[in-house]
Ligand binder design. Structure first.
Ligand SMILES: *Cc1c(COP(=O)(O)O)cnc(C)c1O
Length: 407
């Protein structure tokens, strides 16, 4: 019977009720088993330690190059605070800002060879940009239909209802270029929203996307958070390193809070960058409110950008690759052979928590994952390798994982 005292949900783009049904049980079980809600301090050798003295290493961390604890990056944050004497001006940057953010944006623009502006997070950048893209304000007044890849990160698909208020929104199959081309044929302008690099290692079909861009003027909004710093000579990421230049029909967004090792996000634009910047700083929701990246985050990011210019980046990228290869030699996963640091060790539902516990007790935190983080019936332990994990550590973790798989 319908309950007339509650408003009807349309659930055209999302359905919390369903997500809760699936997700809650697993989170509760993770917490009961000490695999969520862990509180721990970083101790000298890169390990973490809980208040009751349990030491472990974090093998589910997005800081793939371990830059977040790099001494020069931590020092960069401290130096910037001393230099500017203020954490934040607490006013929209469009009105008043300290020069620090402009210095960072100039540095990142040079590093990534595109016009770069920043936001406090990739999520905030997307929240600002997608609704303006939907209304045609980033496409010379031509309102595009929006085509979201089915697997687009939550931070993007979250804005389907908002975009749906400005234009028509479609969700198409993963990398379904035929569906995308059909839309391109039918509508004057199409904007495609997707990950540049997916968390489990695949990519957007960049070659095909560029062909569609050339043929139909397809607009690309690609979130390459997962590959920034780990791909490219200067860590410019998968998408940026595979295109000659960022043109006016492309925006790349990437968090600075993964391998880049700091906090905030970089948004890369084409030649109309200044115009886009004005639109975003005036109308870009969270990008126009009072909180830009704060001085500590800016100082850390300036230091990280410097590091991306020098030889240390390649050393860390190579160390990460070696750890990935080593892992692949011992544990077979669907991701084996790809260059990305994430591996899903699939396990039956009833084994996931038990296995996660065993690893944790032996000094490795590897997070249990389940729907809706991964597809249904695809539960397992998500291993995220880093550059400073030692060979010995990788080997003993693999041994434990093998025990779990075979038991
Ligand atoms: C991690 C991640 C984000 C979140 O980045 P924030 O800066 O924390 O908002 C967004 N998009 C993708 C693809 C990610 O992997």
């Amino acid at each position: 019977m319908t309950d007339n005292t509650q408003p009807q949900a349309t659930n055209k783009y999302r359905n919390n009720l369903k997500a809760f049904d699936y997700g809650n049980q697993f989170w509760d079980e993770s917490e009961r088993n000490g695999l969520a809600g862990i509180v721990a301090n970083l101790v000298g050798d890169g390990s973490l330690e809980t208040a009751d003295g349990h030491r472990f290493i974090n093998v589910s961390c997005c800081s793939y190059l371990d830059l977040d604890s790099h001494p020069s990056i931590v020092q960069g944050a401290i130096d910037a605070l001393h230099r500017y004497g203020v954490l934040d001006h607490c006013i929209s940057r469009i009105r008043i800002q300290i020069p620090a953010l402009l210095e960072l944006e100039a540095s990142l623009s040079q590093l990534f060879e595109a016009k770069v502006i920043t936001a406090i997070s990739a999520g905030a950048a997307t929240a600002g940009i997608l609704p303006l893209l939907a209304s045609g304000h980033l496409t010379q007044g031509v309102r595009p239909v929006m085509a979201f890849d089915k697997f687009a990160h939550f931070s993007m698909s979250l804005y389907k209802p908002v975009c749906g208020d400005e234009t028509e929104v479609f969700t198409i199959g993963h990398n379904d270029m035929n569906a995308l081309e059909d839309l391109c044929r039918k509508y004057r302008k199409v904007a495609y929203v997707a990950d540049g690099t997916y968390s489990m290692g695949g990519h957007a079909a960049l070659g095909d996307l560029l062909t569609l861009q050339e043929k139909y003027g397809l607009f690309l909004y690609l979130d390459d958070s997962h590959s920034l710093s780990i791909v490219g000579r200067h860590g410019e990421g998968y998408v940026r390193s595979h295109i000659d230049q960022v043109n006016e029909n492309t925006i790349i967004v990437a968090t600075l809070n993964k391998a880049f090792g700091t906090s905030g996000a970089a948004i890369m634009f084409g030649p109309k960058g200044k115009q886009v910047e004005d639109i975003l700083t005036r109308f870009g929701g969270p990008m126009a409110w009072s909180q830009p990246m704060n001085t500590a985050a800016i100082g850390a990011s300036l230091a990280s950008a410097e590091l991306h210019r020098g030889p240390e980046l390649a050393l860390r990228q190579n160390a990460l690759s070696r750890n990935i290869q080593l892992f692949d030699e011992f544990i077979r996963t669907e991701q084996a052979g790809n260059a990305f640091p994430i591996r899903l060790v699939q396990l039956p539902n009833d084994k996931v928590i038990r296995s996660g516990r065993l690893l944790f007790e032996n000094g490795f935190y590897v997070s249990p994952v389940f729907f809706p983080i991964v597809a249904k019936d695809n539960a397992g332990l998500r291993v995220m390798l880093r550059s400073t994990i030692s060979e010995e550590q990788v080997l003993s973790m693999c041994e434990l994982l093998r025990g779990c798989i075979e038991s």
